[in-house]
Design a protein around this ligand. Structure first.
Ligand code: CIR
Length: 252
């Protein structure tokens, strides 16, 4: 059961962040509204929230998930792989110091929290454009010290591992087809999102519910078979910036 979440409001310049989407312009009023809804839903499932102000020099800083990995025992401050985001980590370390002992990943290791998927006491760490093997190994060794197991996995599609693979509970992973043959993921039940709904894979389990992005009816139908209560949110503006539900909070 998670009880606390840290979020950061999107700044007026959030559209200056990194993105591979060029088609539709991000809209500030809309993102503010969507972010408020996100906060409201987290509160409605029982989270106490720390709401941080935007960081003007870092338009991607509202994607707080990438800057830390938090377990019940410790907060690991990452070394974000994109140069334009690396300076976000100081502010998140300050916020997390109220809750956990802090340790830092170190250069040449790089890692984004979006590549780290916790399933019970096991961590999958995606090797991506942002996370290198050295960063994954540093994190893995810290986690081993607390009794966790871990494995590196290749990010074969999407920005981060959790862009396309997430844990729904009940031994079930939601993913795109690109990941179905991955050896490390054998042994789990799998729900496969169709290619045109790949953004549906970024879902967020919050205690006994699932937050899912709106606009993906085929995937929603498949998830409904699990009989877990669903909260649907419009995430259009985060999606335009290559983000989604998991990226916008640190839960612990
Ligand atoms: C970036 O490219 O870093 C941001 N525009 C999006 C980060 C999304 N974060 C995540 O998936 N954990």
């Amino acid at each position: 059961m998670f009880t606390h979440a840290i979020v950061r409001k999107p700044g007026k310049n959030f559209a200056m962040g990194l993105t591979s989407h060029k088609k539709k312009a991000p809209n500030y009023e809309r993102v503010v509204k969507q972010h408020k809804n996100y906060i409201r839903e987290l509160e409605s499932v029982g989270f106490e929230l720390t709401i941080l102000e935007p960081l003007e020099d870092f338009p991607d800083a509202w994607f707080v998930e990438d800057t830390a990995v938090v377990t019940p025992e410790i907060a690991v401050i990452t070394n974000p792989g994109a140069a334009s985001r690396n300076g976000e980590k100081e502010s998140i370390a300050t916020a997390l110091a109220d809750f956990r002992e802090i340790v830092h990943l170190k250069t040449p290791g790089t890692l984004d929290g979006g590549d780290v998927l916790m399933v019970g006491t096991h961590f999958f760490i995606g090797i991506s454009q942002r996370t290198n093997r050295e960063g994954a190994a540093q994190l893995g060794h810290i986690l081993e010290g607390y009794g966790y197991t871990w494995a590196m996995v290749p990010v074969v599609n999407g920005l981060h591992f959790k862009s396309n693979v997430n844990y729904l509970g009940r031994d079930t992973l939601l993913m795109t087809e690109d990941y179905t043959d991955l050896q490390e993921l054998r042994g789990y039940k799998k729900i496969i999102a169709p290619p045109e709904e790949s953004a549906a894979c970024n879902i967020l389990p919050v205690n006994d519910r699932l937050m899912i992005p709106s606009g993906f009816p085929l995937t929603r139908k498949k998830i409904e078979s699990l009989k877990i209560e669903i909260i649907e949110l419009d995430m259009s503006e985060a999606q335009k910036m290559d983000g989604g539900l998991t990226c916008l909070s640190l839960r612990f």
